[in-house]
Design a protein around this ligand. Structure first.
Ligand code: DC
Length: 251
């Protein structure tokens, strides 16, 4: 089980650059926001969901059961997952092979949601993620960054939106990629899958999805993308200014 208290001291001690944590449910637009903020502030963008997806893909390839933790953890311990930040997102290497596209397929999406409930596996992921972000200067995106991976992050944004809105955004996103060969999922199927993944993320015992007490919650249900990006940028600037110039009472 990951111990949130053990994280508080370690990752903040030797950092010279800040960490921006972006958490929230599936389909809220975290990746777009994280990539935008990383470009704006000259930070690296790290998608932690891609790490769960990569391991889930390897579990699929090895025909492992998603609900048995021990074999999954043993698999993880013999796995190398590399995130290479790019302008629009991460290039993802699984044991040195590029799996960036494959991990977005629906079977991997469903498997990632199931493997990510296991506490031991999460602890393994969290260790890797802390090592990746230890130097700071990163926008790290996921479900538990502000609550568990980096509870001392200088900026925490929890990006949310109503499930119907997230579902319909996802539906519109995948329409142009559907071909005559692949049966395009209906909007209702996408919404049902999303609700199921939400439920798993929010109800799991270990580091369930929830905003950190000091996160700014941004509900994008009725906002345009530009509004979300603008507001988030303002939040980051305000928080970073406070970190650089703390008020006398805060020191
Ligand atoms: O953000 P995403 O959809 O790529 O994440 C894939 C899965 O990984 C998702 O079902 C939840 C899980 N996840 C997690 O449990 N903790 C994270 N920090 C990131 C993702």
């Amino acid at each position: 089980m990951t111990d949130p208290n053990s994280a508080a001291a370690a990752p903040t001690l030797h950092r010279t650059r800040p960490i921006i944590a972006i958490d929230g449910p599936a389909g809220a637009g975290k990746s777009t926001l994280a990539a935008h903020l990383a470009r704006r502030f000259g930070f690296l963008n790290l998608e932690t969901g891609a790490m769960y997806r990569a391991l889930a893909l390897k579990a699929i390839e090895r025909d492992l059961a998603f609900d048995e933790e021990a074999p999954l953890l043993a698999l993880a311990q013999h796995t190398t997952i590399t995130l290479e930040p790019q302008r629009e997102g991460n290039r993802v290497l699984l044991d040195h092979f590029d799996v960036s596209r494959r991990i977005r397929d629906p079977d991997v999406t469903a498997a990632a949601s199931r493997v990510s409930v296991h506490p031991g596996l999460r602890a393994w992921m969290v260790d890797q993620q802390r090592a990746l972000g230890a130097a700071g200067g990163v926008v790290m995106e996921g479900r538990d960054i502000g609550t568990c991976v980096f509870p001392g992050a200088e900026v925490k944004i929890f990006l949310d939106a109503a499930p119907e809105v997230r579902g319909s955004r996802r539906y519109r996103q995948i329409q142009p990629n559907s071909t005559a060969n692949t049966a395009a999922p209906t909007e209702q199927t996408i919404l049902d899958d999303l609700r199921e993944r939400d439920r798993r993320d929010r109800e799991r015992k270990d580091s369930p999805l929830r905003p950190a007490a000091d996160a700014v919650v941004l509900d994008s249900t009725s906002m345009t993308l530009d509004e979300v990006l603008d507001q988030a940028e303002t939040i980051v600037r305000t928080h970073l200014a406070t970190v650089r110039n703390p008020s006398p009472s805060a020191t």
